[in-house]
Ligand binder design. Structure first.
Ligand SMILES: [Zn+2]
Length: 282
């Protein structure tokens, strides 16, 4: 090889090495409601709320589509015992609730489980190809590879299901706070709804063509009232840590309106399109 050709080869290699990584995709983000409980005591959601107040409760999964992936935050529930116990109205399997968006259960590539409660974890085995992401600390606190219940926040059947999925190599444990698990999707702990409950930020394609950062709070902020009234969630292992996590959500979101609480029916009013229980967060 001539010196000149060798030099140009070196330049080519150097420019490859310095090439910036491809930008993270901007996701289409949706809240998808699969059940509602009409009337629930607000004081179980917002610390210090008046004991006469009641609120409807939306049960939701969040869909992020982009970069060749179809990612869910949380998997909802479907086992009959939960339906009998909670008697939700308008129930459909979370896997069926995605159909209007053209998403089949086998299309879901990843499910980010925010915490091990039944209404967020139970539906994980409805999606036959998905990789299940869960904080290692959350997993190890509540269960193990035999499917034991080590702390009662996890349902006995959900613990067994998780063990089965893990044995099949489908569970990916997350090492901790502030981890970008998928390009453009980062998870954060500290909300302390459960031992290592997490919320997520996602690079989001907005209606006006810009790209913003949305925060999917899950139960680390149940309602807009938690976020806007600076009120901790009632069910928290550490109230101060919960408030700090909510403050952090405010800093991470590119606009306050892009913080999406976990169970608030108003999400579907504030983001009315496309409608019928599906809200594009834009
Ligand atoms: Zn919960």
């Amino acid at each position: 090889m001539s010196t000149l050709r060798f030099a140009s080869l070196l330049v080519a290699i150097a420019s490859l090495a310095h090439r910036a990584p491809p930008p993270s995709p901007a996701y289409e983000v949706y809240a998808v409601r699969f059940a509602t409980v009409d009337s629930y005591p607000t004081r179980f959601l917002v610390a210090g709320a008046d004991s006469n107040r009641r609120t409807p409760l939306a049960f939701t999964v969040w869909l992020m589509r982009g970069g060749g992936r179809t990612v869910l935050m949380d998997a909802g529930f479907y086992r009959d015992k939960f339906i009998q116990r909670w008697k939700p109205v308008g129930f459909m399997k979370p896997s069926d609730a995605l159909a209007p968006l053209g998403v089949k259960p086998s299309d879901v590539t990843d499910i980010v489980i925010s915490h091990v409660h039944w209404d967020h974890l139970d539906g994980a085995d409805l999606f036959p190809r998905a990789r299940i992401w869960l904080q290692r600390a959350e997993y190890e606190h509540y269960t193990n590879d035999t499917g034991a219940v080590l702390d009662r926040a996890i349902d006995v059947d959900d613990a067994k299901m998780l063990a089965k999925l893990k044995a099949a190599g489908r569970v990916q444990l997350i090492p901790g706070d502030s981890t970008e698990i998928i390009p453009g999707i980062t998870v954060f702990t500290g909300g302390k709804h459960t031992f290592a409950s997490e919320f997520a930020t996602v690079r989001t394609a907005l209606a006006d063509g810009r790209v913003g950062t949305a925060v999917l709070a899950s139960d680390n902020a149940y309602l807009y009232e938690n976020l806007e009234g600076h009120r901790p969630i009632t069910q928290s292992l550490d109230t101060l840590s919960n408030l700090r996590a909510q403050d952090r959500m405010s800093r991470l979101a590119s606009e306050p309106r892009l913080i999406v609480p976990g169970h608030d029916v108003d999400v579907f009013v504030r983001f009315p399109k496309p409608g019928n229980g599906i809200a594009r967060i834009e």
